[in-house]
Design a protein around this ligand. Structure first.
Ligand SMILES: [Fe+2]
Ligand SMILES: [Fe+2]
Length: 147
């Protein structure tokens, strides 16, 4: 559908926040991957890189959507948590994933209200992937869902 300029602006603004969150997630996962070299579990260290690559795909899709709506993707990076042991890293990553889901769900609602089906579907797809990440870290940490 064709959106007016004000509507496009609102969606772009929301997507810019999502771009920042993905930029932060990419850096956080890659730093965990680099700093996790040689520590407790090489398997978990590989997961940091693998999930970080998923976040790169999200970033690309969000950035492309910003451009399609006439905006320029920002380069602002959401806060990154690093350091600590492996457990702390996974815990920080889990918190980041939960926050992303919360923010994206808010933006799904915004897009539904504004009638932007394309962005809404993109966000829904992304949430489903982030929920896989949440599940991965909860399982690896051995904690109950939502704990
Ligand atoms: Fe993501
Ligand atoms: Fe994620």
């Amino acid at each position: 559908m064709v959106m007016d300029a004000a509507t496009r602006q609102k969606v772009v603004q929301a997507l810019q926040q999502d771009v920042s969150l993905e930029l932060g997630a990419i850096i956080q996962y890659l730093w965990h991957h680099y700093m996790g070299e040689g520590i407790e579990s090489p398997e978990i260290n590989e997961l940091f890189e693998k999930v970080g690559r998923d976040e790169m795909k999200h970033l690309e899709k969000f950035a492309q959507r910003v451009i399609a709506l006439g905006g320029e993707p920002n380069t602002e990076v959401a806060p990154v948590k690093k350091g600590g042991d492996l457990k702390k890293m996974m815990r920080d990553d889990l918190e980041g994933e939960r926050n992303a889901v919360k923010v994206y769900k808010g933006h799904i609602k915004l897009c539904a209200d504004l009638g932007d089906t394309t962005t809404r579907l993109l966000l829904e797809e992304t949430v489903s992937k982030e929920e896989e990440h949440i599940d991965l870290w909860e399982t690896t940490l051995g904690i109950a869902p939502g704990a």
